[in-house]
Design a protein around this ligand. Sequence first.
Ligand SMILES: [Zn+2]
Ligand SMILES: [Zn+2]
Length: 240
Amino acid sequence: MFCKLIQSIRCALPSTCIVCGQAADRDHSICNDCGYELPKLGDCCRRCGIELNGGLSKRSCCTSCQLSPPSFDFCTAVFPYDSPIDKLIADYKFSARFDIGYSLSRVLASKFNTYYIGMAKPELLLPVPLHKSRLGSRGFNQASEMCNVLSKYCGVSISNSVLTKIRNTEPQASMSSAAARKANLRKAFAVSRLDDLEGVTHIALIDDVVTTMATTEAISRMLLEKQDCRIDVWCLARTL
Ligand SMILES: [Zn+2]
Ligand SMILES: [Zn+2]
């Protein structure tokens, strides 16, 4: 409720660019100059979305995905996790800058709609959940707010109750190895409200940043145990 109030107050203010603070004429508040200057992703692995660093042709798979493909169908981001996107996302999450979350989510929605032209869109958006203690201290789930924008502009339903985080884990960024990151997430998530998955064959899993894929992989595996479906992962930023 409080978050919605802040959001409506911010949305009522004159539009300023979320990057440079100057007046923005676009309704989603990134001025043309900054839109042009924001970091862009180059050729990426078609499965995990990691940027390919030469030697591999466009739309091919990275070595890691060739050896051991993830359980989700693909992962794609709008931006590389680079300046100023890293700071913008931190301000969105930790300072409740809903104007930033909204603007970045609009860019995500645009890429999402373009990607599925001529194809069936996912039938359901699932935000990566926060543990209730994290949700309580932050006041909102950044991925759920992103889903609200995607749902409005892409016409796809959301369920906030299929996925829950049942164990409060240490931040994945603080883990020193892939094994530690995997162990940190063991039994951290659960799938509930199976009714919401009835008849669903294509899911979009939504997160703000995808780093090691440990979270998206853990959730995708768990979903696939419950439901035979295709899972596409969409995020604002992918680490390089
Ligand atoms: Zn600007
Ligand atoms: Zn890959």
